[in-house]
Design a protein around this ligand. Sequence first.
Ligand code: 8YV
Length: 330
Amino acid sequence: MRKKAVVVVTRRLPDVVETRMRELFDTRLNHEDKPLGAAELAEAVKTADVLVPTVTDEIDASILAQAGPNLKLIANFGNGVDNIDVGVALARGITVTNTPGVLTEDTADMTMALILAVARRVAEGARVIPEDEWGGWSPNWMLGHRITGKRLGIVGMGRIGQALARRAKAFGLSIHYHNRRRVPTRIEEELEATYWESLDQMLARMDVVSVNCPHTPATYHLLSARRLKLLKPTAIVVNTARGEIIDETALSRLIETGAIGGAGLDVFEHEPAVNPRLIKLARSGKVVLLPHMGSATHESRIDMGEKVIVNIKTFMDGHRPPDRVLPSML
Ligand code: 8YV
């Protein structure tokens, strides 16, 4: 009988996923479910045939330099692969896979939730009654802004951007987008989406801007201080992609001074640390902060695990895994 592949999983996954992985592979779990340190990651890549990391693992060139000869696949539990130096992995003959498609709808839901939360002051309002601060209804109290009829600019019109556009359209927002490539006409027509070749020009005209592109060297601080300054003073910025795509310090400063209306953020530049200025703004109500919950549903996490299993099994059976990360995606 063929020896089972040694699969090192860096975090605890849903029970059904772990059970299936144990049946199929020689699965080594991190029972403590704490992010692995550099030494533990180095040990993992030395012993594994397959590594299953998550967003909390930094698989950089120095970790990959310590990989043993058996490591042939990194099956990321997650869509974004910015935690992995994919270029170095591929150069070492290591295949990298991710989990696209299965977390699209849940992440788009959370993006919509953030848009509504910021515009309609949901997080602020939800604190009032538990903190016993409600003096009763009043005509001018807790007023937010209507989203119907406003303009949403989506930065990155991939799966999640399109799923957000469908939702936002149903809420009566008009859809605008900027993307490396224009999406096919039938999608533009379905979403009634306007394409902006110039990100700068789009930003200047939007009421809500949502970041839905991957974090790559090209998108690091794509929303730079200069670009953020182009936004309208009433604009809301939402990010469920990666913190690094927005210059958080500039965003905080511009919200503090009233140059931007507010923000809803699910991701941060230095997770799990969060810029204290953003925390202060969250207390004042202009900003809503969530702890990286975009795909945090039972369903998404199980489906992500199943994708990881299919990728590993297909690879181990000698075939091309369905969710290979290609250099052109970076
Ligand atoms: C996960 C995500 O929470 O898939 C992604 O890129 O950001 C989230 O769905 C996390 O990355 C899992 O590793």
